[in-house]
Ligand binder design. Sequence first.
Ligand code: PHE
Length: 338
Amino acid sequence: MSHPLEQLRDDALREIDSAPNEQALEAARVKFLGKSGSISSWGEQMKSLSKEEKPIVGKLLNEVRTAVTNAIDARGETFRSQKETESLAKIDISLPGTPNERGSLHPLTQMLDRSIAIFRRMGFALADGPDVEDEWHCFDALNTPPDHPARNEADTFYLPDGRLLRTHTSTVQIRTMTAAPPPIRVIAPGAAYRRDEVDATHGAQFHQIEGLYVDRNVSVADLKGTMEYLMHELFGAETQVRFRPHYFPFTEPSLEIDVKSKALKGGEQWIEVCGSGMVHPAVFEQVNKARGDDAYDPNEWTGFAFGLGMDRLAMILFGVPDIRLFAQNDLRFLRQFA
Ligand code: PHE
C-alpha cells in the first residue's frame, strides 16, 4: 500500500503536467508548495510522529517536495520557450531590413586630409597650437607692428584678458621654433578667426594649413618647387602656378600664389590660393630672444613659410558657391560629398 504522501505526489505531478497555462501552474504551486499548501502542512504533522516513523516519513517528504518543485520548474520552462517561439513567429523575415545610414567625412576634412597626405609625402610633420593665442605669438613675434591693421579690434576677436582668437595659423611657426632648434619641416592645419563681415566668401572662422621649412640654404626655388608639386597633386598635372610679389610683415620676399587649371572654373582664370614667402630675419631674431639662444641665426638658417586657405581651396575644387554652407550642417549639401 502506498503512503498518503506518495498519493499526494502523484496528484501533484498530474496536476502540474496538465496545467494549461502559467496561471494554472502558479495555482498548483500555491496549492502544493505554498505556506499552507498540502506538502508544507505535512511538515507540521511530522511533529506528532513516533521516533521510528520520523526519519522514514521525513525522507519521503523531502523526495516528494523535490519531485514537485522540479516538475513545476520544468513545466514553467516549457511555457517560457513556447512564448518565445510564438513571438518569433510574428517576425516576418521576408520583409526588407532597416539599413544603417553610413556617414561620410565633411568636405573640409576631405580637403585637409588630402592636402596633409601630399605634404607628408614631402616629409612635412604635423604641428599644432592653441586657437586662443596671445598677441606675441600672433603678431609681435611675426614682426607685425602694434599699429598694423590686422591687430585692430575691428579685425580680431580679443578676449577680456587681452588674449585673442588667432587670426592665422602662423602662430604655430613661432611655437614650433621656440620649442625646437632647426632644421624644421612642419605643417599646421587648424582654424583661424577674423572679424570679417560674414558673406558668401567670408566667415568669422575659417581653416588654414600653415607650412614652415627651415634649414641651411633653403631658397625661393625650394618654396616654388614645393608649392608647384602641391598644386599639381591637388588640381592635376596641367595646372599652371603663378607667383606674384606681395607683402607680409613676417616674410621677405613675400609671394602670393595663383593657380589656373581645367579642374577649376574651366581653366579660364587665375585663382589666388596661398600666401607665402621667405621667413623674415626679424622673426628668427624674435624666436632667438624668446629661446634665449642663437639657434635660429639668420646668417646660418633660412626658411620659407606659406598659408593655404582650406575653405577657399574646397570651394574652388568642389564648386561650392557659398562658404557658409560648410558650417550649416545641411545634409542635402553634405551628402553630395559622401
Ligand atoms: N599668415 C598669412 C595669412 O593668413 C599667410 C602666410 C603664411 C603668408 C606664411 C606667408 C607665410 O594670410
